[in-house]
Design a binder for this molecule. Structure first.
Ligand code: DX5
Length: 229
């Protein structure tokens, strides 16, 4: 079975103390930290750019993950900025996720991320069929199945995404590939994470589902325990 990974989203964090937050997330035992980059165009919300991610780098030694909810990937400069900001303390590849719906040349963008020293991954919005990423599964390390419509935390989980998770896991296995499936949106330490794990997901992104606990460690432990149940 694939290793379960618990990945908090920093969206609910205290942005005025983001460095302290990622330090606390590291101490809570998370596997990776997700930065939700939103441009106010691809999604109706605006968050931060590469400087916020780079500013957090020296506060912890946990791998970073950047989800690019932005409309224009055609500029290699933009991609390079995010790949570099997301790298580890010693330049290890960081996970850079592009949305299939925003990529005119998805195969090219994913190949570019790998060439620049990043770990390329692709995300699908709830309405997007799995078929749209089958031809790039050989290029990515992760496929992110959104279980909410992206843009905000605290939304309700969409249970009809389970079939897409199952379909992607079968396609990955059929091709003999080593690709993680991530889920993101409304994931809690309850039936949501359990059914996604059973369907084939192994990386779980949580914002409110993690920050709702008295301590981040309790949140991380609760999510991990349920995913393994
Ligand atoms: C949604 C973001 C998610 C969000 C998850 O647009 O991409 O990562 O922060 O938040 P919750 O876990 O509260 O649904």
């Amino acid at each position: 079975p694939r290793q379960v990974q618990i990945i908090p989203s920093v969206l609910p964090a205290d942005w005025a103390n983001m460095g302290q937050c990622v330090k606390e997330l590291e101490e809570a035992g998370v596997d990776r930290i997700q930065f939700d980059v939103m441009d106010g165009n691809f999604v109706p919300n605006l968050t931060f750019g590469p400087e916020m991610i780079a500013a957090c780098r020296n506060y912890c030694d946990v791998p970073f993950e950047t989800q690019l909810m932005v409309s224009n990937y055609n500029s290699d400069t933009m991609l390079e900025e995010y790949v570099n900001a997301t790298k580890g303390l010693n330049g290890e590849p960081g996970v850079v996720i592009v949305h299939v719906e925003a990529c005119t040349h998805l195969h090219r963008s994913l190949s570019k991320i790998r060439d620049m020293g990043g770990s390329p991954s692709v995300a699908l919005n709830p309405h997007t069929p799995a078929e749209l990423v089958l031809n790039v599964l050989d290029l990515v390390d992760h496929v992110l199945v959104m279980t909410v419509n992206p843009g905000f935390g605290g939304q309700a989980y969409i249970p009809t995404m389970l079939d897409k998770i199952t379909q992607l896991r079968s396609a990955i296995v059929e091709r003999g590939l080593d690709v993680d499936i991530e889920v993101d949106g409304g994931i809690k330490a309850d039936q949501t994470i359990m059914e996604c794990a059973a369907a084939g997901a192994n990386c779980f992104i949580a914002g409110s589902g993690m920050f709702a606990y008295p301590t981040l460690k309790e949140g991380c432990d609760a999510l991990r325990a349920k995913a393994l149940e």
